[in-house]
Design a protein around this ligand. Structure first.
Ligand code: GLP
Length: 242
């Protein structure tokens, strides 16, 4: 399902609607939310926070799993994804803080941490709804081009482009960690519902390759063509090449 929204705000409202549906459907059983970092979901998080404050939308029974984390940054580091998600979203709603989980970027054995984290998602019953952004090179989570479609949570090395793209959050690109822990493409694909949000013309090519290109490891997001319940929400700029 492709939804072309007028602008980024409208796109965020559409994604927030999907989250709200799942939260209501799961009720007290507790929805399992798959959360992403990056700038793309920020307006969605803002919208969900205002629905929490103004309409009483509750996350009290929910739990959340993050897609990825930098290796070497503590959970409290300003640029860690764990901190980012708390600052931009979960710290402003009623989801229990201890149920917002992310790979531990400081684990002494990152490979073992990847296996543990992957299993913990399954033990929670799997993700009900996963929000995704997309990298300019078609990556999702930190599954860079050539990632295996069968991959599980694991250690990855970032491409130079991704390091450059993410350097804007750090004082220089030298500070961007080059190793990360990320859910694999197969792990992401197990989410029962996926909503991918992309805005701005910088994403137009990646969106076209994902939606209309061949299913190819050259564009990791193209694997979403094989998922039965994906909604891609784009603004007019990101939809330019469709
Ligand atoms: C990072 C994250 C991805 C995100 C991507 C795009 O690489 N690991 O989850 O989709 O950046 O970021 P942005 O939304 O800021 O363009």
């Amino acid at each position: 399902e492709i939804i072309i929204a007028k602008d980024a705000e409208q796109a965020a409202a559409v994604v927030a609607d999907r989250f709200e549906e799942v939260l209501h459907a799961r009720g007290e059983d507790g929805a399992v939310l798959g959360l992403a970092t990056g700038s793309s979901p920020v307006l969605t998080y803002r919208e969900l926070i205002s629905r929490h404050r103004e309409q009483g939308l509750s996350f009290a029974h929910a739990r959340a799993f993050l897609l990825d984390e930098y290796i070497g940054l503590s959970a409290d580091h300003e640029q860690s994804y764990h901190r980012f998600i708390r600052d931009t979203f979960t710290g402003h709603v009623d989801i229990p803080d201890e149920l917002v989980l992310s790979p531990d970027g400081e684990a002494p054995d990152p490979r073992a941490e990847a296996v543990r984290y992957d299993a913990s998602i399954g033990e929670a019953g799997g993700v009900d709804i996963q929000i995704l952004g997309i990298g300019a090179n078609g990556h999702i989570g930190f599954n860079e081009p050539t990632s295996s479609f069968g991959s599980r949570t694991r250690v990855k090395t970032l491409t130079e482009q991704t390091v450059r793209d993410n350097a804007r959050f750090f004082s220089s690109s030298d500070e961007v960690p080059i190793h990360v822990l990320t859910q694999g493409l197969e792990t992401i694909r197990e989410a029962r519902r996926i909503v991918l949000i992309a805005t701005g013309e910088g994403k137009a090519r990646a969106v076209r390759d994902m939606v209309e290109g061949p299913v190819s490891a050259a564009c990791p997001a193209s694997i979403l063509q094989m998922h039965p319940a994906v909604t891609v929400v784009v603004d007019e700029s990101a939809a330019r090449d469709l």
